[in-house]
Write a protein that binds this ligand. Sequence first.
Ligand code: ZN
Length: 229
Amino acid sequence: MPTSALVLFSGGQDSTTCLAWALARFERVETVGFDYGQRHAAELAARPRILAVMRTMADGSRLGQDQLLPLDTLKAIGGSALTDDVAIAMGESGLPTTFVPGRNVMFLTAAAALGYRRGIDDLVGGMCETDFSGYPDCRNDTIKATARALSLGLARDIRIHTPLMWIDKAATWQLAEELGGPALVDLIVEETVTCYQGDRTHRHAWGYGCGSCPACELRAAGFARFRTS
Ligand code: ZN
């Protein structure tokens, strides 16, 4: 088994679950986050709080360095509801305006480069094809092809693990419970930010959020199915 992994950790529900997944499998786990000029800083602000609690949980001693990398190229390009004052709606391309073109490919490229420096070839990301909003860079084919390109470009065997790829949001909550019990579910409810509006004022059973953006709706529906299953 490879000894170290680098988790793409945004401070959201999915990447927090992926972090717990990695801590259960790798002897050493480092984290990387990206400041790409997202409109709402709530997710980035949640990162250190979540990491502090994770260090106290099972396998928390495996948690190593965390790094926040600037990728403000995405903000400079702009045009997305996540980087600019653009309404969340279905765009002309058939993709929601929350799509940030190239984001995951850039994230994975930057993570692989950091991993290269840190001697880590195993990357872990929360990309998911099941509940996805139509984002083409969340597809398994995109991730596999990116791993291939990065392996060639770095002359290393880069592996990209996506434990959420084929499960829905209810199963993501379930996975968190299996990995870390009620304490991890509580941490995800209390601290992780999924909301596209970055809302930290409205508290629901499933956590904080505006309750009406597509990300909140997915999270709420998944939580409801998780609690009734
Ligand atoms: Zn929301």
